[in-house]
Design a protein around this ligand. Sequence first.
Ligand code: DGL
Length: 261
Amino acid sequence: MRIAFFDSGIGGLTVLHQAMKLLPGEQFVFLADEDHVPYGVKPREEVLGYVLDIADFLVKKNVKAIVIACNTATSVGIEELHRRYSLPIFGMEPAVAKALDRDPDHRVLVIATNITCKGKMLQDQIARVDKKGLVDTLPMPKLVEFAEAMNFNGPEVKAYIEKQFAPYDFSQYSTLVLGCTHFNYFKDTLREILPANVHMTDACDIVLSRLASTLEEKGLLEQLPKVEPEYYYTDRPVTDPKELARLQAYLDRLEQVDKIK
Ligand code: DGL
């Protein structure tokens, strides 16, 4: 049986990319809700509707686990998905605790979508772990649009990042938390703009290790032949070679920026 990953768009490929390395014996389904991207600037109820439709669709495909490879969709829908389904379902969460564990004395800036920044999931995590008031959140919704348009380092991308970062004194910060799976594509551009004392992190490794250990506990880990993931745009299988090449180009981009911290 396959493991499903989904996102509003191509952001979730950042999680799939790591999962393919960590679990080479598994087969994957990846669904990008291209009809409805971006999620982060829409009303929560509307996004919840999309998330429930996708989960129904994936459960009917008989997958063995679902990873919500999207912080926004997790923030809006994970509790409802856990109520509705008994299969293992995992969500993303901005890596605030991880950032403060690594450096408890310097500030942390979380960049994410509007929904994630305002949402209970992130606010609760901050209230739980940020005892010294070191964590700031900054919505950067335009990066989602730039990522969907495959514009990772054009002048307008750099100008947008510089403008958003201008109010922050980065000498006070140790970590930039990538709280949206679309943002990993910009690691080289962000690295150019950020001073060397600021390191980037995300929760991908945490989520995937939860996935791997749950599958192991339940005896669901497999050693299947390596095949390409089954891709969907919303509910349509992606078979057009041009679109498959588009998805591969995103995976190549991730490989290129993988080691940048
Ligand atoms: N990739 C998504 C996330 O991790 C959301 C992007 C969007 O659709 O706004 O939050």
